[in-house]
Ligand binder design. Sequence first.
Ligand code: F1X
Length: 463
Amino acid sequence: MNSQHSSRTDVTNTTNPAAIEQLKEQRFNEKNLIIYNPPGVNDELSARFLRSLAFSTFKRRSPAFLRDLIIFLQDREPEIIEQCGDYAHFDLKRTIWSLELLREEIINNKEFQLFRVKAPDTDSWNTFLKGLGEDRRQWFSAVWLHADCYLYRRIWSIFQRSESLAKYDYFGDQKTSAVTNVAPLMRDILVSTKGIARSEENFQYLLKLSAWANHGDLSITRRGAHDKIYKQMAKYDIDLLADQSSDVWKDLTEASAPVYVDIVCDNAGFELFADLLLGEYIIEAGLASRVRFHVKAIPWFISDCTQRDFDWLLKFFRKHEFPELNSFSKRIRGYIRDRSFILCDKSYFWTSGHDFSQMKRVQPCLYVYISQAALVIFKGDLNYRKLLGDINYKPITQFSDCLRGFQPTSVCALRVIKSDIYCGLPICTVEKLTEQNPEWMITGDKAVVQVAIKHRLSSDIIV
Ligand SMILES: O=P(O)(O)OC[C@@]1(O)O[C@H](CO)[C@@H](O)[C@@H]1O
């Protein structure tokens, strides 16, 4: 037996529940060839590594999250019936049963299944799944990124099976209730940033605000937005482990017209608010003539923004008692009307299992589309993992070298670090952080603003 794998369990007769649990876990690890070490340099993240966030995700977090979703559906049945019609009563039963089966599949490390329900991305998902190596098609052996995305696509397909629930956003309640609490914070930010002039410093402030706004996604924590950060941004620069915001400013100010900026959004609610504010500044400061927001086509990683969340937020602002929120909504609607803002909600590439180095091959139209922009900003942790292909690069590897040829234009990442991988950091920083807390990279206390600049020839410019 490979010495990295767990050694054979001693089957003893014990009645101690904790010991029984431990034995079960050991048996599971042996059976599924779980490796005791963390991922090595250049390994892809996977739940086969015992000491990884991927392992604890499928061992504990995802089963718990599915259980919570089931309880939520059971508790909310009357409201769901009211929203989706009487037949939802029967469809909910089937849906809950399928979610329970999915939970069992994870717990028992079953093989991924092909999708049967017809949807615009069914064929591409199935081609993707068939293309995975035979030893990379189970929850605890797959690349984490693939398994993580497959989980959210499976949940969606369960709801697609029933007509009454197909359009129901099962994460909708969590997303909307998280916003209500931060209305005063958003008002304060609008007041303090009102009419701010074009300057590198102001641009950096809004870029960092958008980065830190990624702090409050709902798939790992339920902490929501962190108001101290927005009030004392400069103090948090110490937690910004890489800050290339002035390179981003330089790239934009030197770009040839017409300048577009694409923002590949992450979470709805407060993070979307910060992205819209950044977009507004980019337009008003004349840094670009158009900002295009890419949102998810299906409910994704609980709090990711869909077109419905985008519309919901504008409506929430429009109806809110704070006049600052009303007029922000009005301004955003104006940008949408005059096409300074474009909402891109149709691409299923963002909810595929592919990392971004695959985009040119798999979704060439999207690649060409974002190549038109002078800058594309990727928000959040999952997008960062997709940029790096979930590869555990050496921490000092340059961000641009980790993109493996993905350079449609200048690529910027605004990420709060919430998972095992990172790059472009000085080794002394990493060593110091690891000494203080070996799990620093999953706490969400540190962030990065990184960019890989694409130097364009004038003949490259697409009009
Ligand atoms: O992309 P986001 O919203 O910043 O974070 C998504 C996330 O919470 O979900 C994944 C875990 O399943 C991690 O990659 C990451 O921590």
